[in-house]
Design a protein around this ligand. Structure first.
Ligand SMILES: Cc1cc2nc3c(=O)[nH]c(=O)nc-3n(C[C@H](O)[C@H](O)[C@H](O)COP(=O)(O)OP(=O)(O)OC[C@H]3O[C@@H](n4cnc5c(N)ncnc54)[C@H](O)[C@@H]3O)c2cc1C
Length: 469
């Protein structure tokens, strides 16, 4: 092996940057790490912008503090590694609401992404099907099976629990429908217990018991100064060379590793490296893998994506309820899918002048036509719908921002995890120095993507001959 190692990280989102940091920590000293990012900015779906003179998230907003087993999440561990643990803050208002028949009702506690472990606790928003969650003498889900979350919950609790609770809560994360989304990938803790338990309430309770939460322990965190500080700190800690506006268009195996074709077709740059972390979404990954690893390309290329737009309004002194925000079931007929009252939810964002920052997410999978509307139209619709839901006219905004995220949220169909595992097995057998990382494979969310990037980095270190540390 040539010394020092040269490793390319393709994709400058959180998965790629977490991989770069882990490579710096585990690969031999002097390893040359280069991050190639096709856009002009690092961070991918993490993007801190500014509105009304204040930092505000135009993409991901916060991260889970714990992993499904109850341990510190990989996002928290990364923040600690990067010296940012002191900057972690938690919501000051955690209670969110659901829109039911046009009005706001508190989201009932004790559910797992809307799936109740106690049916009596959700009756204020949905009437569960009586007597359907019976013990049939065998586990809910077979040992290797995957089902859609919607199919499982409908069969046990009825349609209303799906439509009023699970759909809006899963939709808040994936912009998709419970009926289309894989249990194994979107709710891994519940998938594990559903393979043992005979009732769904039992499976929810078992999943909750497997990751007990200390009373009052915060569920979410974010960083003072914004999530882009995580990205900047990761770049610094990784010591990587960063190439922005540098799309990788081709990956070709060589005798010693990989040749990258970078940049515009007319002036391609060819770069030789020993190994590649491919931390781009599934579709560009499938294009890059089509030549060297067609089986893996076919496996990952099946994933579909939803598009959303985030409309953030700066509203002077509105009357807002003491809620972090609300979720909207698709049956309510609103464009808004979810709203966050940033300046209520996050104490560090509160302003002495009473200006509120309110963000609404619009766009559901399969309803992309709405996103064709101009920014001003989306902002006006959001403003009107917010007023309607709050039951009082919202003052006119003094500033606003529309962030469009085209094809941004993976729609993991049942069987996704098996398809990715098969693709990775094929890739590892043919090309152990090319490893996939990120939301296209392991699930959405900052902690999952951090862990995915770190795991990819470890695999590369192993493939290149083990750690020198
Ligand atoms: C609107 C929205 C809100 C979200 N909110 C939250 C939240 O609050 N909390 C949370 O935990 N998660 C949230 N998520 C999910 C989370 O942000 C993502 O799962 C995660 O950031 C994905 O990281 P990634 O590195 O896998 O991919 P990405 O962030 O997509 O990064 C991939 C990068 O690869 C680049 N790229 C693509 N092709 C190439 C190429 N050929 N060459 C070079 N570069 C290329 C892209 O430009 C991009 O920068 C949200 C997602 C969205 C869309």
């Amino acid at each position: 092996m040539r010394q020092p190692w040269r490793v390319a990280v393709v994709g400058g989102g959180i998965a790629g940057l977490a991989a770069a940091v882990r490579l710096r920590d585990r690969a031999p000293a002097g390893t040359e790490i280069t991050v190639y990012e096709q856009s002009g900015a690092l961070g991918g779906k993490l993007r801190t912008g500014e509105l009304a003179g204040q930092p505000v998230e135009f993409g991901a907003e916060s991260f889970l503090m714990r992993d499904p087993a109850g341990a510190e999440s990989a996002a928290v561990a990364l923040a600690r590694r990067l010296g940012l643990a002191e900057k972690i803050v938690h919501p000051t208002v955690g209670q969110a609401a659901l829109v039911v028949n046009g009005g706001l009702r508190p989201i009932p506690g004790g559910t797992l992404v809307g799936v109740p472990g106690d049916l009596d606790r959700v009756t204020s928003v949905a009437r569960p099907l009586a007597g359907a969650d019976t013990d049939g003498g065998r586990p809910l889900v077979g040992p290797d099976a995957d089902v859609s979350v919607g199919a499982l919950v409908r069969s046990r609790f009825g349609d209303e629990v799906v439509e009023r609770l699970v759909d809006p809560m899963l939709g808040g994360v994936y912009a998709g429908r419970a009926d289309d989304l894989s249990l194994v990938t979107t709710m891994p803790a519940l998938a594990r217990t559903a393979r043992v338990e005979h009732t769904l309430t039992g499976a929810v309770r078992a999943a909750q018991a497997a990751a007990p939460r200390a009373p009052g322990a915060p569920v979410f965190g974010t960083l003072v100064g914004g999530l882009s500080t995580l990205i900047e700190a990761a770049v610094t800690a990784s010591g990587a060379t960063v190439r922005r506006d540098a799309a990788v268009r081709e990956l070709t195996p060589t005798d010693t590793g990989w040749r990258l074709t970078v940049g515009p077709t007319r002036e391609p740059e060819l770069v030789d490296v020993d190994a590649v972390v491919l931390a781009v979404p599934a579709r560009p990954a499938a294009r890059l893998l089509a030549g060297p690893a067609p089986v893996a390309a076919a496996g990952v290329g099946e994933l579909d994506y939803a598009s959303v737009a985030l409309v953030t309004l700066a509203v002077p002194q509105p009357q807002l309820p003491e809620l972090s925000g609300f979720l909207v079931p698709s049956t309510e007929g609103l464009l808004i899918k979810a709203a966050t009252f940033f300046t209520t939810k996050w104490g560090h964002l509160r302003r002495p002048d009473g200006m509120a920052l309110v963000r609404a997410s619009v766009g559901r999978y399969g309803e992309e036509a709405h996103l064709q509307r101009p920014d001003a139209d989306l902002a006006a619709t959001v403003h009107r719908e917010l007023s309607a839901v709050l039951g009082t006219p919202l003052p006119a905004p003094v500033d606003g921002h529309v962030q469009r995220w085209g094809g941004a949220l993976p729609q993991y169909a049942p069987g996704h995890a098996d398809r990715v595992a098969a693709a990775r097995t094929a890739l590892r057998a043919a090309h152990p120095t090319l490893v996939l990382a990120g939301a296209g494979y392991d699930g959405v969310g900052i902690p999952v993507c951090v862990r995915s990037g770190e795991t990819a980095a470890e695999e590369i270190v192993t493939a290149l001959g083990g750690s020198a540390r």
